[in-house]
Design a protein around this ligand. Structure first.
Ligand SMILES: [Fe+2]
Ligand SMILES: [Fe+2]
Length: 296
C-alpha cells in the first residue's frame, strides 16, 4: 500500500565517533541533510547530526537535545532514545485515526526535512514513532502504488550500495502493538519467511513473539523481548531486547574484515532466521544494536 521505512534515528553520545563507525566500519557514504525553507529549532550542526543515505532517507545519527520538544512545541522528544520513521501516503488519515483512538500526536509539520511532513506519537510500548509523508518533490519521489517494502522495488540503493532492510521494535504485548500498526498506521501484516531449518522457528512462527509487516521479511518486525534468545543461539547480542535496525549491504565479509581490524565485537548469526539472508549483529559506539545483512 505504499508505505516504507523512511529513516532510522539513532542517538549518539558522540556524533562524530558514531558517524565514523557507520562510514568507516560499515562502509556507508556521508549523506547531505536537506532542510526545508523554514527550519524549526532543530539545533543541527556537525556535532549534533550526521546523515547517511539520500534525500534524508536512511540513517540519522543525532545527539540528545533535552529542550527539543519545548523548542519546537512538541510533546515527544525524537532526539532521545532514537526512533524509527514510517512514510505513508496520507499522513492526515493516520493522524485522524491516532487522535480518534485517544493517542497524543505531535504535529511538527515540515520543520526538519525538505518536502516531508512529520508527526510523532508513542506506540503501545512507548517507543517514539515518526510518521511522515512526502508533501512536495523536494522530499524525493512519493511512493507509487507499486512501491512496497520489497527490495525489488527499492527506488535505489543508497550510494555505497546499501539499503535499510527492517526495523525491529520491542513490544511486551506483540499483538497490541501489531494492532496499532495495522489499524492506526495502516501497515499490512504479512507472514514471516523463515530460513530453512531455522533454529528460531518456534519464536518467528509464534504471533505472540513476532509480528512482521512488509514483504519478504523487509519492513517492520515487532518482537517480544526474550532474555534467553542470545544464550540459546550462542550469540553475543540479543536482537530481541531494546530493538535494532538492519541494513542490507553488498559484502558482509568486507564489513566483517573492517570489524576484525577495528576490534568490533560482532555476532555472526548466519542465515538463521530469515529466508535467503546472512545476518550479523554489532553495537555502534553508543550501543545501538545494528544488524548487517547480505542477500544470499
Ligand atoms: Fe526522524
Ligand atoms: Fe533484525
Amino acid at each position: 500500500m505504499g508505505w516504507f521505512v523512511h529513516h532510522v534515528n539513532v542517538q549518539a553520545h558522540n556524533v562524530r565517533e558514531s558517524a565514523a563507525f557507520y562510514r568507516d566500519i560499515i562502509g556507508l557514504k556521508d549523506g547531505a541533510w536537506v532542510y526545508p525553507e523554514t527550519v524549526g529549532e532543530v539545533g543541527h550542526n556537525p556535532d549534533s547530526i550526521a546523515a547517511f543515505g539520500s534525500l534524508n532517507r536512511g540513517i540519522h545519527v543525532v545527539r540528545a537535545i533535552p529542550t527539543f520538544p519545548r523548542d519546537n512545541n512538541l510533546l515527544h522528544n525524537p532526539t532521545i532514545g532514537g526512533h524509527f520513521a514510517f512514510n505513508v501516503p496520507d499522513i492526515l488519515v493516520v493522524k485522524a485515526k491516532l487522535e480518534a483512538a485517544g493517542i497524543a500526536v505531535s504535529d511538527a509539520g515540515e520543520y526538519a526535512m525538505s518536502g516531508v511532513r512529520q508527526i510523532y506519537c508513542y506506540d503501545p510500548s512507548h517507543n517514539v514513532i515518526e510518521i511522515n509523508q512526502i508533501v512536495n518533490p523536494s522530499g524525493g519521489p512519493a511512493p507509487g502504488a507499486e512501491e512496497t517494502n520489497d527490495l525489488r522495488y527499492e527506488p535505489g540503493m543508497h550510494e555505497g550500495e546499501w539499503a535499510l532492510h527492517h526495523v525491529n521494535l520491542p513490544a511486551h504485548d506483540v499483538r497490541a502493538t501489531a494492532t496499532f500498526f495495522r489499524d492506526l498506521i495502516g501497515l499490512e501484516e504479512m507472514a514471516w519467511e523463515p530460513a530453512a531449518d531455522s533454529p528460531v522457528a518456534a519464536y518467528t512462527s509464534n504471533p505472540d513473539s513476532l509480528a512482521m509487516f512488509g514483504h519478504q521479511n523487509r519492513g517492520l518486525h515487532i518482537a517480544k523481548p526474550t532474555p534467553a534468545f542470545a544464550w540459546d543461539n550462542g550469540f553475543k547480542h540479543n536482537p530481541t531486547v531494546g530493538g535494532h535496525f538492519a541494513l542490507v549491504v553488498q559484502s558482509l565479509d568486507a564489513v566483517k574484515q573492517r570489524m576484525d581490524k577495528a576490534g568490533v565485537v560482532y555476532t555472526e548469526a548466519g542465515p538463521y532466521a530469515m529466508a535467503g539472508m546472512r545476518q550479523l549483529y554489532a553495537y555502534d559506539p553508543s550501543l545501538n544494536l545494528v544488524e548487517i545483512d547480505e542477500i544470499i
